[in-house]
Design a binder for this molecule. Structure first.
Ligand code: AMP
Ligand code: MG
Length: 348
């Protein structure tokens, strides 16, 4: 009898302990890389180790892929434009190949050689400016992802024309998100969340089995004000919009996503797009989502929707200039329209 009671007590104790550990507060470090605040929520016994390893990896990715500070791998590639091939690491090789793939898939809306124009507009500097149309036309001659030479045998890459510049800004944060998930998994994490300035990737569900709720930013409101929510697990959610980085002159908004056809900030009917990629179907969910968010933003609602619907495991929320919100069919039961500003209309 006494033994039985001890056993029951032990059982209750261990159940509550187990319950406690799975519900325990996450490890939630904040860091700043790739020009953005990075928030993580990592659960489980290796949470601290995994979260810290992720921070180390973010630092490495920034150092290797930046074109805003010296060093790394992309600066030497750009410096050697028109001269010679340069060796690149497997990560950079992967991203250059991916970028060319999305150049094709988006019919040139995504162009990793957009660098000379990004630099000329100076949108990431304290002195942005509107270049003359002559200057834009001159620089447009340097923009063509097809010219980027990738030698997979010798692990080198080369830009054939002097002045060409590779800019991984439209894809690197997505890659960083996938790297975080890889590190979580390697450390036996089954529940984790990372947000790289609006580039969100979730692993599994929350520890209690609930879906993660991810807000979709209202493009015309302060950061954190949403137009709706997505309830997801094992998913990458990547947004692009004209609100992320821009300057205004004479009432016109000049933003950071350029149309490689015009060399100017893209003017489609979209002001924001959120790409939702199922990581159980698409291996490089966040990398692909990032390339797609930039692509679709440039392509606009109709072409963008066609592209998204042609891809398995990929869905999207589109927000148009005329304040309408559209979602692809796969999101009907995952997206909840919740516009606090009461300005947008949900088109179902
Ligand atoms: P995202 O916020 O992912 O849409 O990426 C925007 C960033 O990608 C910009 O800040 C530029 O560095 C770069 N970029 C701008 N226009 C393009 C484009 N058409 N294709 C590829 N990258 C671009
Ligand atoms: Mg992108």
């Amino acid at each position: 009898m006494k033994n039985k009671l001890t056993l029951i007590l032990l059982l209750i104790f261990s159940i509550s302990l187990f319950g406690c550990s799975s519900q325990a507060a996450p490890y939630s470090p904040e860091s700043f890389y790739m020009g953005t605040v990075i928030n993580q929520k990592v659960y489980g016994k290796n949470a601290k180790k995994a979260g810290d390893l992720v921070i180390d990896r973010m630092k490495e990715i920034e150092a290797s892929m930046t074109i805003n500070t010296p060093g790394g791998e992309i600066n030497p590639l750009n410096d050697a434009a028109g001269l010679n091939p340069v060796p690149v690491s497997p990560s950079v090789m992967f991203l250059l190949n991916k970028s060319k793939e999305y150049g094709e898939l988006s019919q040139g809306a995504f162009d990793v050689t957009i660098g000379p124009l990004v630099k000329e507009w100076g949108i990431f500097t304290d002195n942005p400016k509107i270049p003359s149309s002559d200057k834009i036309n001159e620089l447009l001659k340097l923009v063509d992802y097809k010219t980027l030479l990738i030698d997979t045998m010798n692990n080198t890459a080369m830009l054939p024309m002097k002045g060409q510049i590779v800019d991984l800004g439209g894809i690197a944060k997505g890659y960083a998100g996938n790297e975080a998930i890889r590190i979580y998994k390697e450390n036996e994490i089954t529940s984790g969340f990372i947000n790289l300035g609006g580039n969100v990737v979730v692993l599994g569900t929350k520890p209690d089995g609930a879906l993660w709720n991810i807000g979709v930013q209202n493009p015309r409101d302060v950061n954190g004000k949403i137009i709706g929510k997505l309830a997801v697990k094992d998913t990458a959610i990547v947004s692009s919009g004209d609100y992320e980085r821009f300057f205004e002159k004479d009432g016109v908004r000049y933003h950071h996503i350029l149309d490689p056809k015009t060399g100017s900030p893209s003017k489609s009917d979209l002001i924001g797009v959120t790409i939702v990629v199922d990581s159980t179907i698409v291996t490089d969910s966040s990398t692909d989502g990032d390339a797609l968010s930039t692509s679709v933003f440039v392509l606009g609602l109709d072409k963008g929707r066609q592209l998204v619907e042609s891809l398995k495991g990929v869905n999207a929320v589109f927000i148009t200039e005329d304040k309408k919100v559209y979602v692809t069919s796969g999101l009907k039961d995952k997206f909840t329209f919740d516009d606090e500003s009461k300005v947008y209309q949900y088109v179902q």
